[in-house]
Structure formats: structure tokens, C-alpha cells
Design a binder for this molecule. Structure first.
Ligand SMILES: [Cu+2]
Length: 293
């Protein structure tokens, strides 16, 4: 009798442990949800005709760093074509900042769908990055996943374009004077890919790759417009180069049906007006998992 009890207790313990393990792993699977960082999973977005826009201007507060003259003596062709080449990391005109990459990071449409769960077919038109006067034009570009990037060489010298992404494949390719355009695609979203030239160390550009078409680059007057945005509430990020990984400002906006949301950002001294770090949202996502296990 006593022996039977011991076996019973042992069996009960084993079964409850098994139940615990299986419920734990089950809840872990459910809570993780589908991970969706690929451009090919999810439902294709169909425009409804009531899309709106996000628009604004990027200000630069305080005195911007003066552009530095670039020594191009390593390649005389560059000096001849661009005798006054200077750094382009902070281009400020009348207090407005150019070359800021502004994009929708995440959010929810008015009908309650996560924007990141949709897929967006990339446009047929390629995005061109030109090497002209021994610098890249434009300096910052946005492109969709699997959209064609066309690299052209408008200089009478050789370039070697070399994007240095972290999640996409790294590549570099020589493009002599008169060579045909190089065509490439990026297979994963990544903000932003730095681009350099192995021939001319001062050449720099940045490529923002996104699953969706909701991005823009600020013009010389600091203005930008992101078009075709489904009505909804979104986190908008403005990214400007500098330091190891650049600087990000974030803002929540609500795009009304067929209307426009305003999102002005500021960089430079104390340039955080109306922005908050996006990191604040992270712990809320992580805590339930830690608590359970
Ligand atoms: Cu070059």
C-alpha cells in the first residue's frame, strides 16, 4: 500500500511537470506570434483610394558644422571635374536640413491592421544612384525591397561602389569609365546601408531599404512628403547621418482619410522638439515573456 502511494506520488509529479513544460512551450509559441521581416509573407496591400500623406520640414537648430574641403589629389580627374568638392554630411540652407531619411517604422491602419503585415509590390522603375563629379547623387536614397537599384558612372574615371549593409548581402563592384549601369536589389529591409567607393575614400551615400513605399528624403529646403499612406496611426522616424549609426528622431502621427499628417523634426542643438525615442516601446513587448519563464 505504502509502495503504491510512492509510485502514485512520483507519477503525479512527473505528469504535472510534463503538463507545465508543454503549457509553457505552447504559450511561448502563441505569444511570439508570426515573425514577419520578409517582404514576401503577408497580405498584399490594395489601395482603397482614401490614402493620405505625411509631410513636414526638417529644421537644423544652431550653427551647423562647416563643410570641409575634400582633398581629391589622389585622382586628378576628380579634382578637374569637381574642384570644390566638400563634405555633405550636414547640408543646411536657411536653417533647414537636407538628406534626412524619413519613413514609417510601424503602426496600425484605421481598420486595425498592422502596416508591417502587408506586402507591397516594388515599382518597376529603378532607383538611380549616380557617381558624378566623384560624389554620389543623390547623397541619400530610399528603395523598396526587391526594387532595382541602378548605379551609373558619369565620370571619366573608375569607381568601385561598395555598400556595407549588416543584414543584406555585402558587395562591391568596379565600374570603369563608360561601363554600363550596375543593377542590384536588396532582399531585406534595412535602414540605412552606408555606401562607399573603394577608389575614392571620401565618397559616401546612404540607402534606406524598406518593405513598403512609405519613405522620403528631405530636400534642400528641408521639406519632405510621404504619399499614398493608408489612414491610420504610425510611428514616423527621421534619420540623419553622423557618428557610428546616425541620429534618429521619432514621432507618432495620425493620417486622416484622404488627408495629411504633419511631422516636423529638428536636429542640431537641442533639436528634439516634439520627438521621443522609439526605445520606450520595447520593454512593454518583452516583459510578459520574461515574467512567464
Ligand atoms: Cu569613386
Amino acid at each position: 500500500m505504502f509502495k503504491q502511494m510512492k509510485v502514485w506520488v512520483a507519477l503525479t509529479t512527473i505528469f504535472s511537470l510534463l503538463a507545465l513544460v508543454s503549457s509553457c512551450s505552447k504559450s511561448g509559441t502563441n505569444e511570439g506570434g508570426p515573425t514577419n521581416d520578409s517582404a514576401t509573407t503577408g497580405k498584399a496591400y490594395t489601395p482603397k483610394g482614401n490614402e493620405g500623406s505625411v509631410a513636414g520640414a526638417i529644421a537644423y537648430n544652431g550653427t551647423p558644422p562647416a563643410p570641409k574641403k575634400i582633398d581629391t589629389s589622389a585622382d586628378p580627374v576628380c579634382g578637374t571635374k569637381s574642384p570644390n568638392l566638400s563634405t555633405e554630411d550636414t547640408v543646411v540652407t536657411n536653417g533647414k536640413l537636407a538628406n534626412v531619411f524619413v519613413y514609417i517604422k510601424d503602426g496600425t491602419t484605421a481598420d486595425g491592421k498592422k502596416i508591417g503585415d502587408f506586402t507591397f509590390t516594388p515599382p518597376d522603375a529603378a532607383v538611380t544612384l549616380d557617381q558624378n563629379g566623384c560624389h554620389y547623387r543623390p547623397h541619400v536614397i530610399g528603395i523598396q525591397v526587391n526594387q532595382k537599384l541602378k548605379v551609373t558612372n558619369s565620370d571619366p574615371t573608375q569607381h568601385n561602389i561598395h555598400p556595407t549593409p549588416k543584414v543584406n548581402a555585402e558587395w562591391n563592384q568596379t565600374q570603369p569609365n563608360g561601363a554600363p549601369p550596375i543593377e542590384k536589389t536588396f532582399t531585406r529591409a534595412e535602414v540605412l546601408n552606408p555606401v562607399k567607393c573603394n577608389q575614392h575614400p571620401w565618397m559616401k551615400a546612404y540607402i534606406g531599404v524598406l518593405k513598403h513605399p512609405f519613405f522620403a528624403v528631405s530636400a534642400e529646403d528641408g521639406s519632405y512628403t510621404i504619399k499614398g499612406v493608408p489612414p491610420g496611426t504610425y510611428t514616423v522616424v527621421a534619420w540623419h547621418e553622423g557618428g557610428a549609426t546616425g541620429t534618429e528622431k521619432t514621432m507618432q502621427v495620425t493620417v486622416p482619410a484622404s488627408g495629411s499628417a504633419k511631422a516636423d523634426f529638428a536636429f542640431g542643438e537641442g533639436g528634439t522638439a516634439s520627438t521621443r525615442p522609439s526605445l520606450e516601446m520595447m520593454p512593454a513587448l518583452d516583459v510578459p515573456m520574461i515574467g512567464r519563464h
